[in-house]
Ligand binder design. Structure first.
Ligand SMILES: *[C@@H]1O[C@H](CO)[C@@H](O)[C@H](O)[C@H]1NC(C)=O
Ligand SMILES: *[C@@H]1O[C@H](CO)[C@@H](O)[C@H](O)[C@H]1NC(C)=O
Ligand SMILES: [Zn+2]
Length: 387
C-alpha cells in the first residue's frame, strides 16, 4: 500500500504560513525593560558577561556557566543543549581548542522535536583575543543580555498561550517554537579568514545539516526547522543604522521596522530625541527629525545589490536558512574591535531600545498578543528579589 506522501508534504508546506497578527499598543507600552539587570557593574544579566572571554579560556566557561544558571534558575521550561566542537587555531600551536555553543529551545508542550518550526535568535558570546583585555560590550555581550531579557519576558505568555491551545497544537497551523543560540568562537584569533573565524557556527551548521529528525517529521533536520535566523551583532552604540541586507527576508525586516516606528510614535524609544524625557529637558519643543535603527523599510527590490557582512549567519545561509542580520553599517567607529568597546561606552538608552524592539518582534512572531500578564510577571519578579 502506498501512504499518501504527497498529502503529507503539502501539509508541511502549509504549516509554514500563518496569519501574522500585530501586538497592540497596550502590549508595547507594558513590555518591561531590563532596568538594573543591565547595570554594567552589578547587573544580574549583563555584568557577568562584561569580561574578556576568549574561546577556550576559563572566563569563557564562566560566561557560559552564567547563561546556563540563568536558564536553569529562571526559565526551567527551556531545553538546554551544549554543542561541542574543537579546532586548532593560528595561535594554539597545534592544540585543539574547545568551542561550546549553547542552544536554549522552547517548544510547545507535547510536540515532536521534528515538527516544530523555530524562530532562532542568535548572538556570539566569545570575545576577541586582541587587543589584550578587550571586553566586547557591543561585540556581543549586550546582544547576549538582550536575548536573555527577551526570553524571560515572553516565557510566561508562551506558557499561557500553549495552555489555551493545548487541544490543537498539532493541527495544520504548524507548531512554532523559539530558540536562542549563544555561539562560541565567532572571532578570529589572528585575522579573519575562512578557517580563522566562525568556529562555533561552522561546526553547528554542519552538524545540524546531518542530524536527521525521526522519519515522518515535518522538518528533516534542526537546520531545516529554523524558520528565520535573526542574528544580533555590534548592537549597543548610539545611532545605529541597520540596512536590510537580504531581499528574501525583507518582509521580516519590514515587520521589525514597523514595530520600531510604532515604539517611537508611542514615545517608548529612550534614545529618540523626541522621547518625553528628552523633550522635557529642552526648551525648543519642536519635534526633531529622527532616523530609525532599521531605516530601509521602503527599500526597493532593485536596490538589493547583494552586499553583506560576514558573520555567524554565513554557515547557515549557505545551507539555505533565511537570515535577518541586525548589524549596523558602518560598524560603530572608534569602538569596533577597539579597547573602547567596553561597558562604559555602551549607550544604555540604545541598548534598552534594542531590547524592547527585539522582545516585541518575538512577541509578535509568536502571536503572543492577549497572553501577557505583566502585572503578575512584575509581582513574581519582586517576590524573587525579596527571597
Ligand atoms: C577574567 O575575568 C576577570 C574578571 O573580569 C578579569 O579580571 C581577568 O583579567 C579575566 N582573565 C583573562 C585571562 O582575561
Ligand atoms: C560539552 O562540553 C562540556 C564542557 O565544556 C561538557 O560539560 C559536556 O558534557 C559536553 N557535552 C557533550 C554532549 O559532549
Ligand atoms: Zn568582533
Amino acid at each position: 500500500m502506498k501512504p499518501p506522501l504527497q498529502l503529507l508534504s503539502l501539509a508541511a508546506v502549509l504549516a509554514r504560513g500563518w496569519a501574522y497578527k500585530t501586538v497592540s499598543d497596550d502590549t508595547l507600552r507594558h513590555i518591561p525593560g531590563p532596568g538594573d539587570d543591565f547595570d554594567i557593574h552589578k547587573g544580574a544579566l549583563l555584568a557577568p558577561i562584561l569580561r574578556p572571554r576568549v574561546s577556550g579560556t576559563e572566563n569563557n566557561t564562566l560566561v557560559l556557566r552564567h547563561f546556563i544558571d540563568f536558564f536553569k534558575t529562571n526559565l526551567p521550561e527551556w531545553r538546554l543543549e551544549l554543542h561541542n566542537s574543537t579546532s586548532t587555531t593560528p595561535t594554539s600551536h597545534g592544540k585543539e581548542i574547545p568551542f561550546v555553543n549553547l542552544i536554549a529551545t522552547r517548544d510547545p508542550p507535547g510536540t515532536n522535536v521534528g515538527d516544530v518550526g523555530r524562530l532562532a535568535m542568535v548572538a556570539h558570546y566569545d570575545s576577541k583575543l586582541t587587543p589584550k583585555g578587550f571586553i566586547g560590550a557591543i561585540d556581543s555581550a549586550a546582544p547576549c543580555a538582550m536575548l536573555m531579557h527577551m526570553a524571560r519576558t515572553v516565557d510566561a505568555a508562551l506558557t499561557k498561550m500553549w495552555e489555551a491551545q493545548k487541544d490543537n497544537l498539532n493541527d495544520l497551523e504548524g507548531a512554532k517554537g523559539v530558540q536562542i543560540l549563544l555561539l562560541d568562537g565567532e572571532e578570529a584569533f589572528v585575522s579573519w579568514t575562512a578557517t580563522d573565524s566562525l568556529y562555533g557556527s561552522r561546526a553547528l551548521a554542519s552538524d545540524w545539516e546531518h542530524s536527521y529528525h525521526p522519519a515522518m517529521s515535518t522538518y528533516r533536520t534542526p537546520l531545516d526547522s529554523i524558520d528565520l535566523f535573526v542574528l544580533l551583532d555590534l548592537l549597543g552604540s548610539a545611532h545605529p543604522t541597520v540596512p536590510s541586507y537580504f531581499k528574501t527576508t525583507h518582509w521580516a525586516y519590514k515587520h521589525m521596522a514597523t514595530i520600531e516606528e510604532r515604539l517611537r510614535k508611542l514615545g517608548l524609544f529612550k534614545s529618540s530625541p523626541n522621547h518625553p524625557n528628552r523633550m522635557a529637558k529642552r526648551k525648543n519643543k519642536k519635534p526633531r527629525e529622527e532616523k530609525q535603527f532599521l531605516f530601509e523599510k521602503d527599500k526597493k527590490n532593485s536596490a538589493f545589490i547583494g552586499g553583506f557582512v560576514e558573520d555567524d549567519h554565513v554557515p547557515f545561509m549557505k545551507r539555505g536558512v533565511d537570515i535577518l542580520h541586525l548589524i549596523p553599517n558602518p560598524f560603530p567607529v572608534g569602538i569596533w574591535h577597539e579597547m573602547a568597546d567596553d561597558g562604559e561606552h555602551l549607550d544604555m538608552d540604545t541598548v534598552d531600545d534594542w531590547t524592547l524592539l527585539v522582545t516585541a518582534f518575538v512577541a509578535e512572531w509568536m502571536d503572543l498578543e492577549g497572553f501577557f500578564d505583566f502585572k503578575a510577571q512584575k509581582r513574581k519578579a519582586e517576590e524573587k528579589t525579596e527571597l
